[in-house]
Design a protein around this ligand. Structure first.
Ligand code: APR
Length: 233
């Protein structure tokens, strides 16, 4: 085994205090996802959407990586083969734990995208007060650099290339409800990869994996990383 591709979702950050999307009430922080996470919602009520993501940004800055993020960062450091962590999460907890070989397919809360000049800027403050773009000085054209429903996820070519070479595909803390990420397991398996799911409960995609281990990410992930590293040739 040489190439590992890991997909992470909201479940890996749950123990850092960040809420998952599809909790029991079906709401994300008291909002229906379609009221805050679609281009139509932003066109209809930009102030509401900006306020919502301003609050998410503040929460993320206050959160800390948990043992699951730390274990993946250790795997990234110590695994001699190829490795790619693809996260659906908009938080920066993988990076803060020290992971490097990773990408954000659904964008980043801590990045602002100027729709006037197309520049992207690391952003820790608010956007609801219509700040000027540091590149073109346009005011009110910065939006959260996040892939909303109906928009194209980032870096898909790179992701599919990695899935095509994967020997092991591991999905962590994701409900398997949102495509294209939910289809990665089939893509990897079609190329002969082994497939493993680590999740709190059975997900919509569990039947697609060779093996599913149930439990919290902070327990399952460090144990799995130990296993992989101790078998490293
Ligand atoms: N450890 C492991 N898994 C957990 C934990 C935990 N501590 N807590 C929750 N989970 C699991 C849940 O059981 C659920 O299956 O994590 C999963 C989270 O699922 P979702 O809330 O649907 O999040 P995710 O799969 O990341 O959502 C995908 O949907 O709204 C969009 O763009 C958004 O990236 C997001 C995408």
């Amino acid at each position: 085994m040489h190439n590992i591709v890991i997909l992470t979702g909201a479940g890996i950050s749950a123990e850092s205090g960040l809420r998952t999307f599809r909790a029991d009430d079906g709401l994300w922080e008291e909002h229906r996802v379609e009221d805050v996470a679609t281009p139509e919602a932003f066109a209809r009520d930009p102030a509401l959407v900006q306020r919502f993501y301003d609050a998410r940004r503040e929460q993320i800055r206050a959160a800390r990586p948990n043992p699951a993020h730390e274990a993946l960062a250790r795997l990234d450091r110590e695994w001699d083969g190829e490795l790619l962590i693809v996260t659906q999460n908009i938080d920066d907890l993988h990076e803060r734990a020290g992971a490097v070989r990773m990408l954000h397919m659904h964008g980043e809360a801590l990045s602002a995208w100027c729709t006037a000049c197309d520049a992207r800027h690391g952003w820790t403050g608010t956007l609801g007060d219509a700040p000027a773009c540091p590149s073109c000085a346009a005011e009110g054209d910065l939006r959260p650099d996040i892939v909303w429903f109906g928009e194209m996820p980032y870096r898909m070519e790179e992701i599919f290339a990695a899935l095509g070479r994967a020997d092991l595909f591991v999905s962590i803390g994701t409900s398997g409800a949102v495509y294209p990420a939910a289809g990665f397991v089939q893509e990897a398996a079609a190329h002969g990869s082994r497939t493993l799911e680590l999740n709190l409960e059975r997900s919509q995609g569990s039947h697609l994996f060779e093996e599913t281990r149930l439990g919290s990410a902070s327990e399952l992930v460090p144990r799995w990383v130990d296993e992989v590293l101790s078998a490293q040739p």
